[in-house]
Design a protein around this ligand. Structure first.
Ligand code: HEM
Length: 446
């Protein structure tokens, strides 16, 4: 016999939870799930959503019974900008692509990423030093974004996005994320063929991205081999047919990787700096670890495995401030969990934010920044999924962690960090979980 899944209380009779969801999309599914034992319905106008914070059911839906769940309309909406890439598709088309693109994220690519990240971080630190010497605090958000955009540009296309005439492209990448979120959250998104002001802007932004990426793909033809992810994608062959990815496919996947890879890592880095600035004791211990292992040198690929505290700081940042705070799916077949029926057609929001702050699993200090928890053997691994789990697990997970670890290590090696003011920085659920204002750091050289 199936039991009823509770409904999240306190919603408006007509709009349901629309207002709180729009204001705090990271909090509402987390609260609904955590208050009701892991699963709870909530409503936005006439549409019902299932909020999930139960880690075991999440594993069932995303791993063991993944064939009953597909990506929801949220991802298909992304096609307006991204075309048909890994993030906006599912099913056999997605699987074939995933297999073709995976080699671009293997160990040799990660090894090449380390010097790329070192160079880009070095340039950022040089800029910080100039600012510091004027006595000014450093606002980190724009700089971490510039850093990760530079890194992804080098890793993907061997190009410097921050230089030359690429400024328009950088702006278009940032704008695209806002446009995609706007389409997912607006009451009414006009069909793309209607020449509304918003649609014209969206098409214009997409054209900037397409022209830039197409230019690079065209330049590549007949050029010496570059060791970057575009090159791996160009060489990829379908094991069954031997076919490669055509130019439109290369364009869409390149755009996807740019968009998926830059703001997620940039906001995570900014949060890590915010958290470290409030724990000088921890930053000192991290510095000691870096001194012992790197002896004043820059991090290299092999040394990253020997920095447990630095890695724990990265993990704790991704736990407390997960850039992708909700993962959405739609049930394409009926399912059942613990006596609850999950009917076909249900839209589910897996609250990564809620799961990773569940006091029943993480303890009474679940909301505190305490990286030491990751140094114990028994932390709740099943409830840590900043990169999701299952077949759609982030293809750039090791890429992001490598990038964050190298950049953080270099920053802590060079500076003591403090916040310019003591007002807490809040969270706002945009396309990623962003700080609600800039994080201004006072830097003291070591
Ligand atoms: C801290 C940084 C990052 C976080 C927290 C993150 C998180 C995620 C999550 C949760 C998903 C699963 C989405 C879903 O299916 O619902 C995902 C997918 C994806 N991510 Fe990331 N990501 C990060 C960095 C990156 C980077 C650096 C890249 C590329 C260079 C990247 C590329 C992708 C792609 C292509 C997908 C789609 C994978 C597929 O469905 O096959 N991400 N990411």
């Amino acid at each position: 016999m199936s039991t009823t899944i509770p409904a999240f209380a306190g919603t408006h009779w007509l709009f349901g939870s629309a207002a709180p969801f729009m204001a705090t999309p990271h909090l509402l599914p987390a609260q609904a799930g955590l208050q009701h034992g892991g699963l709870a319905w909530f409503r936005i106008l006439h549409k019902r959503f299932l909020a999930v914070t139960d880690a075991d059911f999440t594993r069932q839906a995303l791993v063991t019974r993944h064939e009953r769940y597909e990506r929801s309309f949220h991802y298909r909406n992304g096609q307006a900008i991204l075309g048909f890439g890994l993030l906006s598709t599912d099913g056999p088309f997605w699987l074939k692509r995933r297999r073709q693109i995976l080699p671009g994220f293997r160990t040799d690519s990660l090894q090449r990423l380390v010097p790329v990240t070192r160079d880009a971080t070095h340039a950022m630190l040089k800029h910080w030093e100039q600012q510091r010497r004027t006595g000014a605090a450093v606002p980190v958000l724009a700089d971490t974004q510039h850093l990760t955009l530079t890194i992804i540009g080098q890793a993907l296309l061997s190009t410097d996005v921050g230089r030359d005439n690429s400024e328009r492209f950088g702006t278009a990448v940032r704008e695209s994320l806002h446009l995609m979120r706007a389409r997912n959250t607006s009451w009414f998104a006009a069909p793309l063929w209607l020449p509304t002001r918003k649609n014209r802007y969206l098409h214009g932004t997409r054209r900037i991205l397409d022209d830039y990426v197409n230019g690079h793909i065209a330049e590549r033809k007949g050029c010496p081999v570059q060791h970057d992810i575009l090159q791996t994608m160009r060489q990829a062959r379908d094991p069954e047919t031997g076919a490669g990815i055509d130019d439109a496919g290369l364009r869409d996947e390149t755009k996807t990787l740019f968009l998926a890879g830059f703001e997620t890592t940039a906001t995570a880095l900014a949060w890590a700096l915010y958290a470290l600035a409030q724990r000088p004791d921890l930053a000192e211990r991290m510095h000691e670890e870096l001194q012992t292992v790197l002896r004043g040198g820059a991090p290299d690929f092999d040394s990253l495995k020997r920095l447990p505290l630095t890695s724990a700081v990265v993990n704790e940042t991704l736990r407390l401030y997960p850039p992708v705070y909700n993962v959405a799916r739609q049930a394409v077949a009926d399912d059942e969990y613990n006596g609850h029926r999950i009917p076909r057609g249900t839209i589910l929001l897996f609250s990564v934010y809620g799961m990773q702050r569940d006091p029943a699993l993480w303890g009474a200090d679940a909301n505190d920044f305490r990286p030491e928890r990751f140094l114990a053997a028994d932390w709740p691994k099943q409830a840590f999924m900043p990169f999701a789990i299952g077949k759609h697990v982030c293809i750039g997970n090791h890429f992001a962690v490598t990038e964050m670890t190298v950049a953080l290590a270099m920053i802590v090696q060079r500076y003591r960090l403090a916040l310019q003011d003591s007002h807490p920085v809040g969270m706002v659920g945009r396309i990623t979980l962003a700080p609600d204002r800039d994080i201004n750091l006072q830097l003291t050289p070591r």
